[in-house]
Design a protein around this ligand. Structure first.
Ligand code: FCB
Length: 439
């Protein structure tokens, strides 16, 4: 059973999240090309080479989707703006149609009593900027600052919260070291630079928004519990290294103005010159911090170059994307993050699971998702009882959507989407949440 709203402190907020490229339909409304379009069009990167051209058609059906949020008794909608929809070339020209879309969307939320929680960038980089080196190019901080200003001037007066960048680790490591996301690189120098520049862009955007008088500015990072695969000291060291570049790199940059010591021997030679001086920007004060949490990994040492480790399959029950279900990891990070963030309000900005499509006779039974959400919400309550200043929780995701390299195969939604007809059918988990969240 899902814990009810009344079992959380008064004012605790519940939301659901989506992102622009995953739901909107990038072919609509004059948006420019992005590195995800071309990454997807390259064989071997994405299941069936699927892309976000139509996605959930949220671009046209946003009213219906906001109605679902309201009827589900959610308080907040976490959405993102597509850089290429607002500025098709990434710099210069503004696409009025794109900005108007987000204007309507924000007004639509307010009209329904929903708080708009903006993420400026959730992974679709305009192609002309990718041509210039994308996140490897230090100039991206300025380009991103300019984009931020355009969005902030138009929407800033009506947002509840804003965060510059979703999940820096995915932009840096997953996309430039593992090559699993656009731009699909596998290069340590590119990785170190991208990871640093993401933070520089983050700090730059915070400064821009502060300068415009915006309030409630935060950051959103993803965390994965790193467990040693066995009891050996080598496995412990491997897990610690994984934890350093995954879980600690960005938060230590933002809150301590330094990078984890374990990484420096391998990483420092590849960081851009003068990187230490950027912490003045990177450490721009924040009003809240958001954690995205899904799973844990078992890590073992492995032969080969740095980082010389590998993932080992774990014994716990898994979701449809093969991720182990480990709710205790969420509690762990809510505690650990506080060592960096202190008294700052925390939010779980994403949590949820992929489960196979089970639409039958007009309804979707997803008891496994309800159990997953319940288990993670109980870990939130455990942390709150221990004094962690956790102020809200967001489900990933409102809708089944474009799950990046997994295409439309993997379904994370509380609401089922038939990608042929685009019909939305709320799943059992949606109904269970609507009941639990009644005011
Ligand atoms: C997160 C992403 C989100 C979605 C979920 C499953 O890492 O922020 O876009 O892909 O994972």
């Amino acid at each position: 059973m899902l814990p009810s709203r009344s079992s959380f402190p008064p004012g605790f907020l519940f939301g659901a999240a989506t992102s622009a490229y995953q739901v909107e339909g990038h072919a609509f409304g004059g948006a420019g090309g992005t590195h995800w379009d071309t990454f997807a069009a390259t064989p071997g990167n994405v299941v069936r080479a699927e892309n976000g051209a139509r996605a959930c058609d949220h671009y046209h059906r946003w009213g219906e989707d906001l109605d679902l949020l309201r009827a589900g008794n959610f308080d907040v909608y976490r959405f993102s703006t597509s850089w290429a929809r607002v500025m098709p070339e990434g710099r210069g020209r503004v696409n009025a149609e794109g900005l108007d879309f987000y204007d309507r969307l924000v007004d639509g939320m307010l009209a329904r009593g929903l708080k708009p929680a903006l993420t400026l960038y959730h992974w679709e980089l305009p192609s002309p900027l990718a041509d210039l080196g994308g996140w490897r190019n230090r100039d991206i901080a300025g380009w991103f600052g300019d984009f931020t200003e355009v969005v902030a001037r138009r929407l800033g007066d009506r947002l509840w919260s804003a965060a510059p960048i979703n999940e820096p680790w995915c932009i840096g490591w997953l996309s430039h070291f593992l090559g699993q996301h656009a731009p699909g690189m596998r290069d340590i120098r590119a990785t170190a630079r991208a990871m640093h520049h993401v933070l520089l862009a983050h700090g730059t955007a915070i400064k821009v928004m502060r300068g415009l008088g915006m309030k409630n500015l935060g950051a959103v990072c993803n965390f994965e519990y790193a467990a040693p695969a066995d009891a050996s000291p080598e496995a412990a060291a491997a897990a610690q290294l994984y934890d350093a570049y995954y879980n600690r790199f960005f938060i230590s940059g933002m809150f301590r103005g330094e990078y984890p010591a374990e990484l420096m021997a391998a990483f420092a030679p590849h960081l851009p010159e003068g990187w230490q001086d950027d912490f003045a920007t990177i450490r721009a004060p924040l009003d809240w911090f958001g954690l995205n949490y899904y799973t844990r990994k078992l890590i073992a040492p492995a032969p080969g170059p740095w980082p010389a480790h590998r993932e080992v399959e774990g014994p716990l029950p898994k979701t449809d994307v093969g991720w182990e279900i480990f709710p205790e990891g969420l509690h762990h990070f809510l505690r650990v993050v506080q060592e960096y963030t202190g008294e700052l309000p925390l939010y779980v900005t994403e949590n949820g699971m992929a489960a196979p499509d089970r639409l039958a006779a007009g309804s979707v039974q997803d008891a496994d998702r309800i159990a997953y959400l319940a288990a993670h919400l109980r870990q939130c309550q455990r942390a709150i009882a221990e004094g962690v200043p956790l102020r809200g929780y967001f489900c990933w995701s409102l809708l089944d959507n474009y799950e990046w390299s997994l295409g439309y195969d993997k379904r994370f939604g509380l609401v089922h989407v038939d990608f042929a007809t685009l019909r939305r059918v709320p799943k059992a988990s949606y109904h269970a949440l609507a009941t639990a969240l009644q005011r």
